[in-house]
Design a protein around this ligand. Structure first.
Ligand code: NAG
Ligand code: NAG
Ligand code: NAG
Ligand code: NAG
Length: 895
């Protein structure tokens, strides 16, 4: 074989990294860079360094020869059937989308240059009850892996089984909490036994299905544990023993593929230690052996979203820079985007305060739409790196300075007689040492804007039913009574977010009504307080706020017995931290102090709503706009689409999440039953059913841009296309010349080719996509010689065959008030076991009471001192979710 020299040059420019005003950053919605606690390193500062990393490989003989189906690794890469491979991976969690969505998600990832789909395995969906397994529907792991295999991609299987993942209880089934003498994630026999059982169960299943690579399957690597190093010190000597045990246990299962531990610098051989974070190109300490490759298992595409914060998106330039830096500086050969598709935290699977929508700004958005320009920019990066993968994987790296203190915004550098411009905080890839094939800081991919189009208003009062959850007052129906405050998760077994604590208090004052002060301290997330059936106040916490929430309010007491009903609400269980099994939640202290002013009382007993809606025609993703509601959970045809919380506003004044995805797989052809359980009120008549699609696309490319790698030809092009079967219906803006602005705001500049619009219309109207060369000849000649030109095109996508929004129904607002008068009997919910308690006149439904061993955690206290009566009593009532969740512990308290 002829010896050839292949080379790739990666120029790394870190110049004055001031606020870049790139159009892409603006279009992505934020210019702020993301912050990350332990990974954050400030790269700003006056000093500019520009370095070139040249990787040169002398091509040799049979490097790429297929051996048998075998996976190994060396100091440079995973070695697949004898060949080192450069892998781009995308995280996508099967339980966060539906089987109907999987094929398209995987296809779009493949088209984006992804080679590997990485997923966690979620123990608590597979073994919700000890010994009873579920691998159906969204939880059909084997089907998900087979779909990936069918599309020719590989799988990275992160078994954990602790996964964190902003997922309920970090993926652990709650029953693990009640295993006697258990200490999670430590050298503890009961824990190790259960962990080993589950990991063995999954590995055996994968082997049985022939899914490991040596068996002909797609799984090339798997993970044991997850970021354990973060909590390891809390366990003393038990921690390192557990790490060694976990590694040996995993390796002993003989999967035939390597194991890794992420964020575990001392991962025992042969387990590979890998990096997670935003900027592994800077932070990764490297593999702990020269024989292990540098793998980046979680490249965070944004921060996970929580209620109370605005969404922060990461600019595509920043993501591309970090990936290229990891490859250049750390010799990285595997990068996984966390998430490539985030999806939806259906039901109650979101961890504390985490929104129902998960990583909506990933390259594929929550609905599975391609999120531009992130997807397109990374696709170009993948292509550029893969073109150069031979030198990157086999060549030797050399590193030299191209000069110091380049204080221009875009310094020019000289390299081997060619002159290049290098933007601040950017990396340019030259695949042959001469021609730039990719620049991280220059986004040529198309932009797109997504629209939630209201297609149905649910504002017809006649189609709604409401039902009431009365405030729990009847102590005779409690599951637990006593003079202790029960720990919340232990009591509910994390089967519901809700627990009533009811305290009875005898007012001995002789002068009738009294104003008193109510003080409640809780370790749960939300508290609603009622005194003698009247609402007196609510309080809630936040993800980054103090653990305690405190309600300190006035209430009116009557003479004799008073009932204080406290509804304690969890917005998700914890997903991380050492000794997670010992974490406590629920009400800690209840205090009553007599005296003071009267308070305005509200009635807040309206609890549930139901209606039906029709399935929107077409294929667009479907979503509910719940902006008019408060806090609760929503079901569609019996499937929970997750918690919602729109009353908790982010600093911008907007809800953190106002749209809630309904996968089309949950819909029936005709009427769909919509049920909401609402804690705080709200107006269901303003809910709309929306379809979500990309309605506007935009390209902005200058004449010196790198031509797209995927197309032949040497001319830069604006390439735009519509998704979901839509076609380009009109051109909003087109200018070849020096248009001013970017894809969000634009106008014609001093130079403009008159033919711009007609040329673009000719090429694009009526098509799914089009590609227009950025060259004068295409526009009838150069409109202004000597001026640098670009082409900016903004086009609309439409689905011509679908009807527009039907007019909203008249009279709905007028009818609104009467809504609260409607009380629906349990039969409306099909199973007749909806709710607890009774209305004033009739019992709605009786629930079977559920016994259970409580593990009271808090001190019991019942004392009178300095005017305070601290009544510590617990009662758990359980609100609703019986509906669709099965057992509802109905607990009352007694003092
Ligand atoms: C939420 O926003 C606050 C304030 O900006 C920030 O300190 C915190 O890190 C954010 N939390 C997450 C999880 O992004
Ligand atoms: C390359 O050189 C720069 C500046 O001398 C240095 O900071 C950097 O760590 C070097 N990179 C590698 C991969 O050696
Ligand atoms: C750069 O140009 C000089 C003079 O023309 C030539 O001698 C040298 O070989 C060139 N270097 C490279 C790397 O092409
Ligand atoms: C959702 O509905 C509210 C009115 O309730 C409206 O102001 C808001 O713009 C809608 N949001 C979206 C994304 O359509």
């Amino acid at each position: 074989m002829e010896a050839a020299v292949l080379a790739v040059v990666l120029f790394i420019g870190v110049a004055l990294w001031s606020s870049s005003s790139s159009p892409a950053a603006a279009a992505a919605g934020t210019k702020e860079e993301l912050e990350d606690g332990d990974d954050q390193r400030d790269m700003r500062g006056g000093m500019a360094i520009t370095a070139a990393l040249v990787v040169v490989a002398a091509a040799a003989e049979s490097r790429w020869a297929e051996l048998g189906r075998e996976i190994t690794y060396d100091g440079r890469a995973l070695v697949v059937s004898g060949a080192r491979r450069m892998f781009f991976s995308g995280d996508m969690h099967y339980a966060r989308s539906t089987p109907e969505m999987w094929p398209k998600l995987i296809a779009k990832a493949k088209n984006g240059g992804i080679d590997v789909i990485q997923t966690y395995v979620f123990w608590n969906v597979h073994e919700p009850i000890q010994g009873q397994y579920n691998f159906e529907g969204r939880y059909d792991l084997v089907k998900f892996i087979r779909e990936i295999q069918a599309q020719g991609l590989y799988v990275s299987l992160r078994i954990g089984p602790f996964v964190e993942a902003e997922w309920k209880y970090g993926g652990f089934p709650f029953w693990l909490h009640d295993v006697p003498s258990i200490t999670f994630r430590s050298d503890n026999e009961p824990f190790k036994q259960h962990m080993q059982n589950f990991v063995t169960k999954i590995v055996t299943m994968m082997k049985h299905e022939g899914l490991y690579y040596p068996q002909g399957g797609p799984i090339i690597i798997s993970q044991i544990e997850n970021e354990y190093q973060m909590i390891e010190p809390a366990f003393g000597a038990s921690g390192p023993r557990y790490v060694r045990w976990a590694a040996a246990m995993a390796v002993g299962l003989q999967t035939g593929v390597p194991w890794m531990m992420c964020k575990q610098n001392d991962a025992p051989d042969p387990v590979i230690n890998t990096c997670n974070g935003l900027i592994c190109g800077e932070t990764f300490v490297g593999p702990n052996s020269p024989n292990k490759p540098a793998l980046w298992t979680e490249n965070w595409t944004s921060r996970y979203p929580i209620y109370g914060n605005d969404t922060k998106l990461r600019a595509p330039e920043d993501i591309a820079f970090a990936v290229a830096l990891f490859i250049a500086r750390k010799k990285g050969s595997f990068v996984s985007y966390y998430m490539y598709h985030g999806g939806t935290n259906f039901g109650r699977f979101a961890a504390s305060y985490v929104t129902t929508s998960y990583y909506d700004g990933a390259p594929l958005d929550e609905y599975g739409l391609i999120w531009q320009p992130t997807w397109g920019h990374l696709r170009e990066l993948h292509c550029a790196v893969k073109q150069s993968s031979e030198p990157l994987l086999f060549g030797s790296y050399s590193n030299f300075s191209l000069g110091q203190q380049q204080e221009h915004n875009t310094p020019k550098v000289e390299f081997r007689n060619i002159s290049l411009e290098l933007a601040p905080k950017s990396i340019s890839v030259l695949s042959d040492c001469r021609n730039v094939v990719f620049e991280t800081a220059k986004v040529n991919a198309q932009h797109g804007s997504r629209t939630a189009n209201a297609v149905q208003s649910l504002n017809d009062i006649n189609n709604w039913k409401a039902f009431i959850e009365p405030v729990s007052q009847d102590l005779s129906k409690s599951t637990y009574t006593g003079n202790q405050l029960f720990e919340q998760l232990t009591t509910t077994k994390d089967e519901t977010d809700y627990l009533w604590y009811i305290v009875s208090y005898k007012n001995r004052a002789s002068d009738g009504n009294q104003i008193a002060r109510l003080y409640v301290k809780s370790l749960a997330h939300i508290l609603h307080a009622f005194v003698n059936n009247e609402y007196v106040g609510s309080v809630h916490g936040s993800h980054d706020g103090p653990r305690n929430i405190v309600l300190n309010t006035h209430m009116s007491l009557k003479e004799g017995d008073n009932t204080i009903s406290l509804l304690s609400v969890m917005v998700g269980s914890p997903d991380s931290g050492a000794y997670m099994e010992r974490r406590t939640f629920g009400i800690q202290t209840v205090g009553i102090q007599q005296g003071q002013q009267p308070m305005h009382l509200l009635n807040n007993d309206l609890w549930g709503y139901q209606t039906t809606f029709s399935t929107p025609p077409g294929n667009d993703a479907v979503t509910l706009n719940l902006t008019s509601m408060g806090k609760g959970e929503v079901w569609v045809n019996g499937e929970s689409i997750g918690r919602y919380w729109v009353s908790f506003k982010a600093p911008s004044g907007q809800p953190s999440q106002s749209l809630y995805h309904i996968p089309r797989g949950f819909l029936t052809p005709k009427d769909n039953l919509l049920v909401l359980v609402e804690e705080m009120g709200g107006d269901p008549l303003q809910i709309t059913v929306n379809t979500m699609s990309v309605t506007t696309v935009c390209g902005n490319v200058d004449e010196f841009s790198v031509p797209p790698l995927q197309s032949r030809g040497k001319v830069p092009k604006v390439r735009i296309w519509c998704q979901g079967g839509k076609r380009i219906s009109s051109i909003e803006f087109a200018s070849y010349g020096n248009p001013v602005g970017d894809c969000r705001s634009f106008r014609i500049g001093s130079c403009h080719a008159e033919s711009s619009e007609s040329v673009v219309k000719q090429s694009c109207i009526g098509r799914r996509g089009c590609s227009i060369p950025v060259m004068a000849a295409k526009f009838g000649g150069d409109p202004c010689p000597g001026i640098q030109k670009s082409l900016l095109v903004v086009a609309d996508c439409s689905n011509a065959d679908l009807a527009p929004l039907p007019p909203s129904l008249p009279g709905a607002r007028r009818a609104r008030r009467s809504l609260s008068l409607v009380v629906v009997a349990a039969a409306a919910f099909g199973r007749g076991t909806r709710a607890v308690g009774h209305t004033d006149s009739s019992v709605i439904a009786e629930l079977p009471l559920r016994g259970g061993k409580g593990r009271p955690v808090f001190e019991s206290a019942c004392r009178e001192d300095s005017g305070w009566t601290t009544a510590a009593a617990a009662a758990a009532g359980l609100a609703f979710p019986r509906l669709l969740h099965g057992r509802v512990p109905l607990v009352w308290l007694n003092l």
